[in-house]
Write a protein that binds this ligand. Sequence first.
Ligand code: SF4
Ligand code: SF4
Length: 97
Amino acid sequence: MADTSTECKQAPGLFGPVVNFGKCEAKGDCVRVCPESVFEVRRIDDADFQPLGFLNKLKIRVHGMKVAYTPNIDACLACGLCVAACPEKAITLSRRQ
Ligand code: SF4
Ligand code: SF4
């Protein structure tokens, strides 16, 4: 019998979430919903913070200098749960290879 549990998913690593740091409010809905533990909310790196515009920098300061990173992106199955859960529409799924 065919395994239907993974029929809507992609091979791990083919797609991955890209977080728009200017929109992210760091409350971690993505961390909670991702079945593959792709996300981590942590302090934004200087290299990611500096290129942002004034208003986005201000917003990130208000949110404690934190954003969502994707340290386990290679495990992403492209299920889309994080995209649906993000209240700021900050996540897009992008093909990686
Ligand atoms: S759900 Fe969206 S806004 Fe919230 S931490 Fe994740 S990426 Fe940021
Ligand atoms: S698409 Fe699914 S597996 Fe990939 S990061 Fe989002 S919730 Fe996790």
